[in-house]
Design a protein. Structure first.
Length: 162
């Protein structure tokens, strides 16, 4: 009798576990977990993959500073959240002239001078990383000028944040 009760309890535990696993798998299929961004991983990726002609003009500290300013810009635009905030309304363009202008202004305010030709490749390499981890979608079809008063320091491609 004790063996039958033990098998019955064991069967119930396995059934409950199976129900929970199936329910969570279904939930994750419908709503994938949010992408987790690691500044250290992004930094390592950018330092390893930024074009050599740009890497020769920037120190690792410069790259880290540019990435920090970009993260600051993302937070300001509402695309960098802790998972508890509401999603930004509509499409947010990242990687365009507005982003670079923000980084150049912030760098100048802290006493560092960069030129767009240094910042764009770092930003583009960072966007490659963000695409690889699923944090941004594909480039937009038509360029959107989010701020007509922002100077245009020759953008390569803009990206749409997800």
């Amino acid at each position: 009798m004790a063996v039958v009760a033990a098998f019955l309890v064991f069967g119930i535990v396995i059934a409950i576990a199976a129900i929970i696993v199936v329910r969570e798998a279904g939930r994750m299929t419908k709503e994938p977990p949010p992408v987790l961004f690691s500044m250290d991983e992004a930094f390592d990726y950018v330092v390893e993959n930024v074009p050599d002609e740009v890497a020769a003009t920037l120190t690792p500290d410069d790259v880290r500073r540019i990435l920090a300013f970009q993260a600051e810009y993302f937070k300001q635009k509402g695309v960098s959240t802790n998972g508890k905030s509401a999603q930004p309304p509509g499409v947010v363009i990242v990687g365009g002239p507005e982003t670079v202008a923000y980084i150049l202004d912030r760098a100048a305010a802290t006493g560092e001078a960069y030129i767009p030709e240094q910042v764009y490749p770092v930003i583009e390499t960072q966007l490659e990383y963000l695409r690889a981890i699923g944090a941004v979608s594909s480039p937009v079809d038509e360029p959107v000028d989010p701020d007509p008063e922002t100077p245009d320091p020759e953008p390569p491609d803009a990206e749409r944040a997800t």
